[in-house]
Design a protein around this ligand. Structure first.
Ligand SMILES: NC(=O)c1ccc[n+]([C@@H]2O[C@H](COP(=O)([O-])OP(=O)(O)OC[C@H]3O[C@@H](n4cnc5c(N)ncnc54)[C@H](OP(=O)(O)O)[C@@H]3O)[C@@H](O)[C@H]2O)c1
Length: 307
């Protein structure tokens, strides 16, 4: 462990979505191993809080960078920011991602497009820009945070699941393209996890959120981090996600979609109402609403209106 900290002393990881949930826990693991970090999310105040916390706990350099990855071109700006800072990014973690619950005909088109922009376009852009530099150095690692949803068509979460199917396919293809190089691409498929995801997605009234056991984001992050460090191509985190992915392969699209739908239906049980994971609870408090995301075009430090 001590040896690893020495090796990583001048290494940098760039993590999107690092202020809450799985991304926050990944940031902690990198910092504990001695990586310096560039942390990306939208809320400047939360970024600074997390940066201070990690700096104090692990004595590494933390550079917070507030950026809204819903905005076209924002990913390129993140890349340029790292370049201008003279930082070589050894590990890229594409964690930031969102979904929106509801029948496809009812969700707002703008919200669907934002989700595609964040989950796919920003991820492709950051991957291409940083991967080209990694190939030049013949060294680097990328962790793509996908989802078990990428392995299953998901009624009532259709756009989200389809974006994660992209992440799964894209990552496997790139892992193959990189196989003769000293570069690895790892995709992490978490199952339902105790973060702010469900609240942003207006999904907290569903069977999954109210009735099912949610994974601890610290465990999910650890599984992803270990697979990344070993250079594995794919890791499905936890037994529930493993079972869902297995069943989905077994059942075929039509039956798998029917199964997934049951989990995404509203539940009338009392059930879970709040997030247990403390940093994700702070993310929810920062949004100043019980459900939904920051309204598009409203910066976190301006008047907040939930979707
Ligand atoms: N939770 C689950 O059940 C689950 C399951 C499978 C996969 N995943 C995946 O895990 C990843 C992390 O999600 P999570 O569950 O940890 O969610 P979370 O608690 O909501 O955290 C999301 C993080 O992404 C940032 N973010 C959101 N929108 C952004 C934007 N437009 N631009 C820049 N940053 C943005 C958030 O900070 P700001 O709000 O300040 O921007 C926050 O740091 C996502 O890709 C998600 O799809 C989650």
């Amino acid at each position: 462990m001590e040896q690893q900290q020495i090796d990583n002393r001048n290494r940098y990881a760039l993590i999107t979505g690092a202020t809450s949930g799985i991304g926050y826990e990944l940031a902690k693991l990198f910092a504990a191993d001695g990586y310096h970090l560039i942390l990306v999310a939208r809320n400047e105040e939360r970024l600074q809080e997390v940066a201070d916390e990690l700096k104090n706990a692990y004595s590494v350099e933390i550079t917070p960078h507030a950026k809204d990855l819903f905005a076209p071109g924002a990913a390129e700006e993140v890349y340029q920011f790292a370049k201008n800072m003279g930082i070589t990014v050894d590990v890229l973690v594409n964690d930031a991602g969102q979904g929106e619950w509801g029948p496809f005909i009812d969700t707002e088109l703008k919200r669907d497009i934002d989700i595609v922009q964040l989950n796919i376009i920003a991820l492709i852009s950051l991957t291409k820009l940083f991967l080209r530099d990694m190939v030049q150095r013949n060294e680097g690692k990328i962790l793509q945070v996908g989802s078990e949803a990428g392995a299953t068509p998901m009624p009532l979460l259709s756009v989200y699941a389809a974006t994660k199917a992209f992440v799964l396919s894209f990552s496997a293809a790139l892992a193959n393209e990189m196989k003769d190089k000293n570069i690895t691409i790892t995709v992490l498929l978490p199952g339902p996890t105790d973060t702010d995801f469900f609240h942003k997605a207006h999904q907290q009234h569903t069977v999954t959120y109210k009735e099912k056991k949610l994974d601890d984001p610290a465990t999910v992050a650890k599984n992803g981090y270990e697979a990344l460090m070993k250079g594995e191509n794919k890791i499905v985190s936890g037994s529930t996600a493993k079972m869902h992915v297995f069943l989905s392969d077994l059942l075929g699209d039509e039956m798998a979609a029917g199964n997934a739908r049951k989990q995404n239906e509203p539940s009338d049980k009392e059930g879970r109402t709040t997030i247990t994971h403390e940093p994700s609870r702070r993310e929810r408090e920062a949004i100043h609403a019980t459900e939904g995301d920051y309204q598009k075009g409203v910066r976190p430090d301006e008047e907040i209106k939930p979707f």
